[in-house]
Design a protein around this ligand. Structure first.
Ligand code: GCU
Length: 607
């Protein structure tokens, strides 16, 4: 009976998701932005959501006057309304609340956001969607006092149709944002990054035709580089058997197709000659997807990525992934990164290091990062926030993980730069965990068979000889690329002994070292055995890089990490002060000595 109830609950939550499929390439649709100042109310006790019996207001026909989503105003001088958004302070959207207000730095809980807006050139014949780049963690979204829907997951986009509730003037959207952590969520209670809360990415009103192009994909076939595979999905009353077209003007290529009864068509397009996307030649083609009443233009690169034994082949050629791990933080401004400017800083630093690859850890970063990586020719590892000890046996937890994975794959499936989907990071081994991750990998392969699957696993020393490191993990049989984090010389092992370490890997797959590193306070100098000194971090890189280079099948590394980043787990004064100090660049943008050690190593590989 419990399983049935959970099953029903799952389908209910899937329902609100299914009813609002993610609109592909929202940023190039006809739209206007709701970014800017939003009024906010801190609501620690969720007074605006529950009545004093803790019954949710939005489950009732006539929610009480204390339901904040009604944005109620006193009707007379006797009318008692105990909240008022218009006299409330404001927060900037996009942006986390923690870095905007000192009293919110450590705040975890509910904050209500309100934005009023008119719709210029409101058109009754059109449909309107409210699109969020991301909200951390749970978002309950209301328009003009009515519920649009709920979304969970702090790092992926979602949208709700609001055509039925929208007016030309005096609209108000209210979002209840709750970033409280919980054991059954994804990620779970403990992480080594700051739990930034808020409407952390762009909010946009999309205007589309009554029948529009909801989703599409166009990728180079994994085996045949003279063939494009794709699909178009229409949404709307006139979707059945509707005519659609795909054209690539630069290739003088245009193809007509007819959708099926559900407005869906899968197709293949042979191509004679084209310029393949790569890190050395990030060629993007303008592609136009058209239907009777809609047209969407995208910039898409075409490349093949696959493994062959212990190699990764990009367009048939072996490639070494000179990488760096990155958290989604503009550490100098403080807070979550979200803009193209932020992406330009972060990927610019990666390029300066000599990188052709980045690991976006431990969750999907904003779309600007992957679109800029497309342009800059930087290959990308994207990760689902299944981090450390998730509730593996909890079906609801699984559906939350799967939903976030589906959302990032849906958003970035047309990005040439994205080559690896990572299922998880440093997860403890068990049968439940293995089946959880294996199911996620299966879902990923069903959605996208053009990319590689991996996860950041862990290694350990052999009982009989601790200088021999091994990875014993059944999930290694499921992935395409064997990746693991190794912290020899920092979390165990003597830094002087790094040179004597070697890995025994009995699986013929490409190997990526997804993390290694050491903490250092920028500007603190000492002898190279003194931890937290720049010299110690530099020594660890100097010892580790040549040792890793001996690993057979090593095809890439993503040292931990590009910049220092905020973490509630890092309390050591004076060295950490709330920051994980394994960055090669400090929170003031200063490069540490190890930055140049890695830069030199990548220059050598270049040759
Ligand atoms: C782990 C983990 C990171 C963490 C890092 C560290 O491997 O994946 O999220 O920040 O180690 O301890 O610095």
């Amino acid at each position: 009976m419990k399983q049935i109830i959970i099953g029903m609950l799952l389908s209910l939550s899937a329902l609100s998701y299914a009813n609002n499929p993610l609109i592909q390439n929202a940023i190039s649709r006809k739209s206007f932005s709701l970014n800017g100042h939003w009024n906010y109310i801190i609501d620690m006790y969720e007074t605006g959501y529950y009545n004093y019996r803790l019954e949710p207001h939005d489950n009732t026909e006539n929610p009480g006057s204390s339901a904040f989503f009604l944005n109620q105003k006193p009707k007379s001088k006797q009318d008692r309304v105990e909240y008022n958004f218009d006299s409330a302070p404001t927060l900037l959207v996009p942006g986390d609340w923690n870095s905007q207000k000192e009293n919110l730095l450590y705040y975890e809980g509910t904050i209500w956001y309100k934005k009023s807006f008119d719709v210029e050139n409101y058109d009754r014949a059109k449909r309107y969607f409210l699109h969020f780049g991301a909200v951390n963690y749970r978002a309950d979204v209301y328009l003009n006092g009515k519920k649009l829907g709920t979304h969970k997951g702090g790092f992926t986009p979602f949208n709700f149709e609001m055509t039925h509730l929208l007016k030309d003037k005096n609209n108000f959207v209210i979002v209840k944002v709750d970033n409280k952590r919980a054991a059954d969520e994804v990620p779970t209670l403990n992480t080594d990054w700051w739990n930034y809360g808020g409407i952390t990415r762009d909010v946009t009103v999309l205007e589309v035709s009554s029948t529009f192009i909801e989703d599409y994909s166009l990728q180079l076939d994994k085996e045949n580089n003279k063939l494009l595979n794709g699909f178009i999905r229409l949404n709307g009353d006139a979707k059945a058997f509707s005519k659609v077209n795909v054209s690539i003007p630069e290739l003088k290529l245009t193809k007509d197709f007819t959708a099926d009864a559900n407005g869906f068509v899968k197709f293949q397009i042979p191509v004679k000659k084209m310029d393949y996307w790569s890190d050395l030649n990030p060629k993007l083609y303008e592609v136009v997807f058209s239907s009777i009443n809609d047209q969407v233009t995208d910039a898409i690169g075409f490349r093949q990525i696959k493994t062959l034994g212990g190699d990764i082949l990009l367009n048939g050629k072996k490639i070494f992934l000179k990488g760096i791990s990155i958290h989604e933080e503009n550490v100098m401004r403080g807070g979550r990164a979200y803009s193209m400017e932020d992406a330009t800083i972060l990927l610019g630093w990666a390029k300066e290091l000599g990188c052709n690859y980045v690991r976006l850890a431990h969750y999907p970063h904003n779309e600007n990062m992957v679109r800029l990586a497309d342009k800059m020719g930087i290959l990308v590892w994207e990760e689902n926030p299944v981090y450390w000890t998730i509730q593996w046996e909890n079906l609801e937890t699984y559906s939350k993980a799967e939903q976030q994975l589906k959302e990032v794959i849906s958003r970035d499936k047309n990005r040439a730069s994205v080559i690896i989907w990572s299922m998880a990071n440093e997860t403890p081994q068990s049968e439940e965990r293995l089946s959880f991750l294996t199911k996620l990998a299966k879902t990923t392969r069903e959605m996208d068979n053009t990319r590689l699957i991996s996860a950041a696993l862990e290694d350990h020393g052999k009982k009989e000889n601790s200088n021999i490191m091994i990875v014993e993990d059944k999930f290694a049989d499921v992935v395409d690329v064997l990746s693991f984090n190794q912290y020899y010389g920092w979390y165990g092992g003597d830094i002087d002994n790094i040179k004597n370490i070697r890995w025994e890997i009995d699986i013929n797959k490409p190997v990526i070292i997804s993390e290694f590193g050491a903490g250092a306070l920028q500007g603190f100098h000492a002898d190279n055995l003194t931890v937290w000194s720049e010299e110690h971090q530099e020594l660890l890189y100097q010892e580790t890089l040549p040792t890793l280079a001996k690993i057979p099948n090593l095809v890439g590394i993503t040292p931990w990490i590009l910049t220092d980043f905020r973490s509630p787990r890092r309390t050591l004064i004076p060295y950490q002060n709330g920051y994980n100090r394994k960055g090669l660049i400090s929170e003031t943008g200063n490069r540490k000595k190890a930055f140049y050690t890695l830069q030199k190593f990548y220059q050598q590989i270049q040759k």
